[in-house]
Write a protein of this length. Structure first.
Lengths: 345, 345
DNA sequence: CGCGGCGCGGCAAACGTGTGCATTTACCGG
DNA sequence: CCGGTAAATGCACACGTTTGCCGCGCCGCG
């Protein structure tokens, strides 16, 4: 692998240059710029002024080499265009910047090869920590993450098994699904369907479990024909397509309401079914789009931005040597217009 | 500014360690790992194997210090949650990764202070180049960007004046607006309004100009009461709110169709007006949401992802010493269901 | 047998910064 | 005037790589 990029043309000004111009050693300049207490106020002022007028900008890579950390963190998501992640990213970016951390952003597209490439890259770059909102379950993945030997925060990880291995912030999927199903039960629905996805198996399982629990505790039997999980080949076309394809099928099977794994599949069923006329629909996530579709989507809201913020705050704590505890957020029901009371007929 | 992070606990394995274990000098290891031709095949194999089993991962920050570049680029957008940018970011990320570049992502929120902080940060980190999808017009901003002395690519820059100063990829705003207005004229509309924004003044001006040109060339007079630009204080609530507030006003002023500055304001008017019953609406950008609202939005599509890709490709060319030319893309009309033929009454 | 050349690998400097320790300077009290 | 101490600064090494240059063997050829 030869190197395609020639060195930058002009040399930039270093503390060495300032030292020469100021008639001192570079150590003195370093200390003066960092407000080291033992430097006399006079020379400190003088050197800082000199640095300013010479247009000095510290070289973060040299600093990173000497201090043994970089002030960077790696952020990996499955897809940047997934509306769930953009809010998370915003939260992360917000507190990262205010803490002086820079973030390397990468997406993995649920592709194992890319996932390990990303981790490898973070390792090479010597990030101080990583937050992963794309955690595949698994042995090899977890092992890689371990090897780089920095704090890791998982967001809504798909691997329950890793929960005790890494720190995490997550939403309570099961409680969320219970909220959704409970809302529909309260509206008088009895034939309530679940429409899930196959490419986020863990969250899907947990939400399905919540759905089952809600029905059970209301004494409503769950029928297998009212549970549809979009298979991999359908998922390839996207969440919306999955909803479009499977929504009508559930309706025809007699469902009067559908709990969807997320907002995008809910939008999909809205595209092919009369909502809430034929079926009531509740989504999950409360993405921006939920407010703007017609009818506005009843959904389960996760505090996405807050979760991003907390992830970084936990990372900061860990870097500071403080202990942290994983946290699971309680989602909330957001009632809009895609659900209506059951009326027979 | 004292340093909050203690050094990482365990020292990682360096080429020095491998050298010791292999009984050679660290230079030999370095050359062996980089497939330097003058190293004998035997020792090269041996050392590479050794490195592998010792779990060696090259330290990119040390490499960056020595080679005079970092293999990183800075990407700055106004807001990560703006759907326009997420596609751009995806395009950028896609080719950056395949070229082995890592990206620092930052958002500026249209805040001058944050903008310069971001540029400053890129400078400190010694990025090899920056792509800015948040270019404020302006003297001071351009100057800062110049000072860091690396290639800069602007995406849809808001500062026409900078076009010759930096390289850029942009969409032809005026042509896009002409497409939009032309489409409405063809549908028989005559009282066509323009609904713009004040916080992206340049693109707004260019789109407004396109709108005017289309009407003029069709011999339709433009009425001032059919041109509304959402003021700053309204913009603070977001594009959708601006559309919600101003859409009804334009309708009441007699507009039968509205050219919107972008999709989100179009969505806003859809929320408060009967579309396309009372007014036909065309958006701009073709964000994902345009396909899912009711009715699906007729809009002007920009090749966002492609623009992101091209920006990085131009950067790569520049870093390679090749010359590049700025490029302006032609947008295309995407007809969906928010526009209908004019019918009197 | 000697010498030149070549293949292989080591030495050392460099990238820019931080920092422990030694050294200088200044000051002060006796 | 001298010794001592504290304040201010310089020296030198370290962080982990890359790379120009040199040296050492070995081999072949005259």
């Amino acid at each position: 692998m030869t190197d395609p990029h020639p060195p930058a043309p002009t040399r930039r000004v270093s503390i060495e240059d300032i030292a020469r111009a100021g008639g001192v050693s570079h150590s003195t300049v370093s200390r003066a710029l960092r407000d080291y207490p033992l430097i006399s106020a006079a020379t400190r002022e003088r050197l800082q002024a000199l640095a300013r007028e010479m247009g000095y900008t510290p070289n973060a890579v040299a600093q990173s080499l000497q201090r043994r950390h970089t002030g960077t963190i790696g952020l990996v998501v499955t897809s940047i265009s997934d509306p769930f992640f953009v809010d998370v990213i915003e939260g992360v970016e917000e507190v990262a910047r205010s803490a002086g951390l820079s973030i390397f952003l990468n997406s993995s597209h649920n592709d194992p090869a890319q996932e390990i490439a990303v981790i490898e890259n973070f390792h090479r770059r010597r990030v101080d920590g990583v937050v992963a909102a794309a955690a595949r379950s698994g042995d090899r993945y977890a092992a890689r993450l371990q090897r780089i030997n920095v704090p890791v925060i998982l967001i809504n990880d798909q691997a329950a098994a890793d929960r005790h291995l890494f720190h995490s912030v997550a939403v309570d999927d099961q409680a969320g699904a219970m909220l959704a199903a409970g809302h529909l039960l309260e509206l008088g629905h009895r034939r309530i369907a679940y429409l899930g996805v196959s490419n986020r198996p863990k969250s899907n399982d947990r939400r399905l479990a919540g759905y089952r629990a809600a029905l059970a505790s209301a004494g409503v039997p769950v029928c297998d024909e009212l549970i549809a999980i979009a298979p991999e080949e359908l998922m390839a076309a996207g969440d919306v397509a999955a909803g479009q394809a499977l929504g009508p099928r559930l309706r025809d099977a007699g469902a009067t309401a559908i709990c969807c794994h997320n907002d995008m599949v809910a939008v999909g069923v809205g595209l092919t079914c009369a909502v809430p006329g034929d079926v009531s629909v509740v989504g999950f996530d409360d993405n921006a789009i939920a407010r703007y579709v017609t009818p506005p989507l009843t959904t389960i809201a996760q505090p996405k931005r807050e979760m991003g913020r907390l992830a970084i705050e936990m990372l900061l704590a860990l870097l500071d040597g403080r202990a942290v505890e994983s946290r699971v957020f309680q989602p909330t029901l957001r009632v809009r217009a895609s659900t209506a009371a059951y009326s027979r007929g």
